[in-house]
Design a protein around this ligand. Structure first.
Ligand SMILES: NC(=O)c1ccc[n+]([C@@H]2O[C@H](COP(=O)([O-])OP(=O)(O)OC[C@H]3O[C@@H](n4cnc5c(N)ncnc54)[C@H](OP(=O)(O)O)[C@@H]3O)[C@@H](O)[C@H]2O)c1
Length: 300
């Protein structure tokens, strides 16, 4: 588990983490609460969110937590979640993500499930939270090494995918990252910043046990332990994301990931993103497409 001591004291800061009931999002919430932050857990299942809250409170008695019901795969849900909020946000961690087994799966709004949830849902979320963001707020997009596997074609983003499935997931992550870099460009001249981060290769069997969260048998844990030199737990996967969200040396437009072999594991460091997700032209075109698909205008 990353040392919480590497992060600053976060008393007085409020941070929204999407997908905070499981995996990397859970660990972001847990570690942020350990550091004294007020954490809003953006989750689609009230029951799973409550389990996460109980688990964090078992580690951090008195943790300041609230649940924000939100399904990133439904623009109506995103709109009602943002309308329900009325407090300053110092950071938003866009972590919720889906890697769909069913390649034809759609969001409630008929978008490709991965594009709609991972990229467009978060675009709509942040756009509608704009009024609550602190003057120096940070938005962190949780990307993936897989962003390199796909070409983003903004013009076909709303269309079904017919290529390899890992590229379908990669497309959604590349779109999310390109939108974050574009947001950072649009915030130039303000104290707000948008960054990307990725968790490397982070798996449940190498993650510390928490009651009610991903159940892993002792045998699976034992077998997985041989992979520890190569990959890491989801607690460690949270480290680059948290670094991007709160560390003093992280700045707008950064991309953070694990510093070890192949960026699969290790302590956070700045890593390289593809030229495409950094492209000014792709970012601008994608922004228009995201506004069109979400029906939300991002006023800056
Ligand atoms: N693990 C890795 O090695 C890895 C590598 C690269 C990038 N990532 C990215 O890191 C993020 C977290 O991954 P993880 O491994 O922690 O995954 P995970 O254990 O499957 O957790 C995903 C989280 O996202 C939530 N989520 C999914 N769809 C949602 C929706 N429509 N609305 C609200 N929440 C939703 C899930 O909620 P439910 O419990 O309700 O499903 C869960 O809380 C993802 O964005 C993923 O793409 C992970």
């Amino acid at each position: 588990m990353p040392s919480p001591l590497a992060l600053p004291d976060l008393t007085g800061r409020t941070i929204l983490v999407t997908g905070a009931n499981a995996g990397i999002g859970y660990w972001c919430a847990d570690i942020l609460a350990t550091q004294g932050a007020r954490v809003l857990l953006g989750c689609r299942s009230a029951e799973r969110a409550q389990v996460a809250v109980s688990s964090i409170r078992a580690q951090v008695p008195g943790a300041d937590l609230d649940i924000v019901p939100v399904d990133l795969g439904s623009l109506v849900s995103v709109a009602s979640a943002t309308a329900s909020l009325d407090e300053r946000l110092d950071a938003v961690i866009c972590n919720a993500g889906v890697k769909a087994a069913d390649r034809s799966a759609r969001t409630a709004d008929g978008l490709d499930l991965m594009v709609g949830t991972n990229a467009i849902g978060h675009f709509a979320l942040v756009a509608q939270l704009d009024r609550l963001l602190a003057d120096d707020a940070r938005v962190v997009a949780v990307g993936s090494l897989a962003h390199r596997f796909a070409e983003i074609d903004p013009g076909t983003l709303s269309q079904p995918w017919t290529g390899a499935s890992l590229r379908q997931y990669g497309r959604s992550k590349a779109a999310l990252m390109a939108l974050a870099f574009e947001l950072n460009r649009r915030w130039r001249g303000t104290a707000r910043s948008a960054l990307c981060a990725h968790p490397g290769y982070a798996v449940d069997p190498l993650t510390p046990h928490r009651d009610g969260l991903a159940a892993v048998s002792p045998l699976t844990r034992a077998l997985a332990s041989v992979s520890r030199p190569l990959v890491q737990g989801k607690d460690a996967g949270a480290a680059p994301i948290l670094h991007a969200a709160v560390a003093a040396d992280a700045t707008g437009g950064d991309y953070w990931g694990p510093g070890g072999l192949l960026e699969f594991r290790g302590a956070p460091k700045r890593v390289a993103a593809s030229a495409q997700v950094r492209s000014v032209d792709v970012g601008a075109e994608l922004w228009s497409v995201a506004e069109h698909l979400s029906g939300v205008r991002f006023t800056i």
